[in-house]
Each structure stands twice: as structure tokens, then as C-alpha cells.
Design a protein around this ligand. Sequence first.
Ligand SMILES: Cc1cc2nc3c(=O)[nH]c(=O)nc-3n(C[C@H](O)[C@H](O)[C@H](O)COP(=O)(O)O)c2cc1C
Length: 374
Amino acid sequence: MSALLFTPYRLRDLTLANRIVVSPMAQYSADAEGRATAWHLMHLGNLAVSGAGLVIMEATAVEPRGRVSTRCLGLWDDAQAEALRPVVAFCRAHGAAALGIQLAHAGRKGSVERPWEGNATVPEGAGGWQPVSSCDLAYPGRPQPHALSTGEMAAIKAAFVASTRRAAELGFDLVELHAAHGYLLNSFLSPLANHRTDHYGGDLANRMRWPLEILAAMREAWPAERPLGVRISATDWVEGGWTPEDSVIFAEIARELGCDYVTASSGGVSPDQRITLGPGYQLPFARRIRYEAGIPAMAVGLMHDPALAERALQQGSADLIALGRGMLWEPRWAWHAAEALGAAAPFPPQYARSHPSMRFGDPGRPFLERGARG
Ligand SMILES: Cc1cc2nc3c(=O)[nH]c(=O)nc-3n(C[C@H](O)[C@H](O)[C@H](O)COP(=O)(O)O)c2cc1C
């Protein structure tokens, strides 16, 4: 049987060459204005020719307060769009991967130093800002957030829509809404972070209301033929927090609103989380969402064993397999997984001679697929 991991996958009018996805990964390497730099050209360019079917660009902020650090990418102004244009052009010209973008707002976890600088709060006046959240409950150790008024929420929703339009104009193939990891939308979803008393807080329907409103508004702004997905934390890993059952309900409504897939990540809302880590540790959440909400699911989290990735697809636990750290560690993961599973992955012709089948001057073997998309 041929490897499912290397079969094409279709979302609306977008056909991915295979089921391998490069998970969005913040690089903290934008300039101080949130614009892409040469790092992004190298990083995304490299991943675009990696053989993966889809590369999703890192969490990209829809307003300045939506960044995690002062060096996170933004797409709230046209100059940021222009800085991304050559990156997108490179990926288009040389990569076989479709290109997605994740739009995000850091909420109460924003205004910190880059991880390798220590993650400490950057105070207002030193380039930092007062974070915003569903209510004035701080993430432990982080600054006091400002509770958003409904007027401010409307402005942030409009910012998500404006960034969505810029992403469409830039030619991204797919957009993903970041509603996971304790960031702003997650701070509305989770009962641990949302203590509002209006109709955006309280029961599940109320807590889901604003994230789903944003999703619907983005769907309307995003071209109908292009796919839109959402990343959620399928569980808070804390008693009394958001649950996999809540995730299924959220995913079902998201599907009805025109969402094309859900990525099942987890955690990030509370430092009290107790995560059971191991290969494929979030896969059961993807499986539940896929079966119970009837929506394509992207699995992520320690999925870098090719046999595990293939088994997850064969067993119907997920439709797409995303890798984060595994791809940074081994950007040729897709080529090597193809070798392991007896399949073929897209290759840029410039690198074709590196393939084991070419080393003894035998270009006839059918392992190589032309890289760039026509
Ligand atoms: C350096 C780094 C940056 C990340 N940035 C993001 C991000 O911007 N958006 C997001 O949703 N997840 C982000 N993540 C989480 C990954 O996308 C992924 O879900 C997580 O690392 C688990 O998958 P893995 O075991 O394959 O690494 C990041 C992870 C890493 C290691």
C-alpha cells in the first residue's frame, strides 16, 4: 500500500502535494516595526523547498499589542506586507509547498523579551505595552492586562479582517486563526482565563462567541476558494479548564462557519497545566475532533517518527501531520520520510543530485518529483 503521508490532500481549491505540514513557528526575528527580515527569507525559503506539502508561517500579529515580543512579525500595515512580498515570491518560485499564514494576537502573554533573551516582561516605555485580555486576570508572572471593552473587541476583530485581506493580496494559499496557547482568543475560550460577566464570558457559548465571530469575519474576507483553519488548545490540562469535549463543540460550529480544518494543539493557558508528553501526545484530540465534529484535523506534537505519522493517517486519527521542532532539527525530514516509506517528495532540481538514487549516476529512478509549482 502506498504511503498516505505522500498522497495529495485537497482543501477547497488548494491541492497539497502531500500531508506534511510545517507547523507555524515564531522566529522572533522581525525588525522593531514587525517587518520580515532576511531571516524569514532564509527560514521560509528553506522550508518551502523541504518537500512538505504546506508551510504555515509563524504567528503574525494583527496589531502592535498582538505581538508576543517586540521582534514578532506583524501584518497590521502595508510596509509589513511589502517586507513579506519577496519572501512569498521566493517560496512561489522555488518551493513546492503551499504557503499559509497564521494570524494571531498574543493577549495577556504579550510584551516579553525573546525566549533566548530570557522572556522577561518588556515594560511600557522600553518598547513594551500593556497587554490586553478578556478580563484583568494576569497570566502568573506576566503584567496586569487591560480587560477589553466591546468597542475595543470590535477594533481587534477589524484588525484580524484587515490582516486577512493583506494576506490574501500577498497571495498566501491558506490562513490559520491562532486561538491556542493562552493567547488572546484562548483567553476568551478558557474558563480559567475568562472571568467576564457580559455575553462574552460565563458559559461555553458566551466564551466561544468572540473567537467564532472573528473566524466568521475572516472567512468572509478571505477568498472563497482558499482554505481557512483554526488552531486551538484542545485541553488546558487543568481540572476545571477547557476540555476536549468543548473542543468538539467549538470545531463543529467552526465547520458550520466555513472553517476547513482544526489543528489540535493544547495547553498554554495556565502554568498549573500537567501535560502528559510522549510521541503523538495530542493525536487523540485530533482524532476526536475529526470524528465527532466531522472536520479535517491537523495533528501536531511529537509526530516526527515517519511510521507514527503514517499510522495516524492510516488509522484515521488525522488528515494532515504538522511538525515543528522536528522540521527545524531536520529540514529534510520529508525527503527522509519518503525514503523510509518508499514514496516520493517534491525536490528542487538544484538539489536533485543529493538524492541517494542519483549518487551513482542513475537518474532514471522515479523518486524525484519536480519541485516548483507550475
Ligand atoms: C520555536 C517555536 C516557535 C513556535 N511558534 C508557534 C507559533 O508561532 N504559532 C503556533 O501556533 N505554535 C507555535 N509553536 C508550536 C509549534 O507549532 C508546535 O505546535 C509545537 O512545537 C509542537 O509540535 P512539535 O513537537 O512538532 O514541535 C512554536 C514552537 C516552536 C518550537
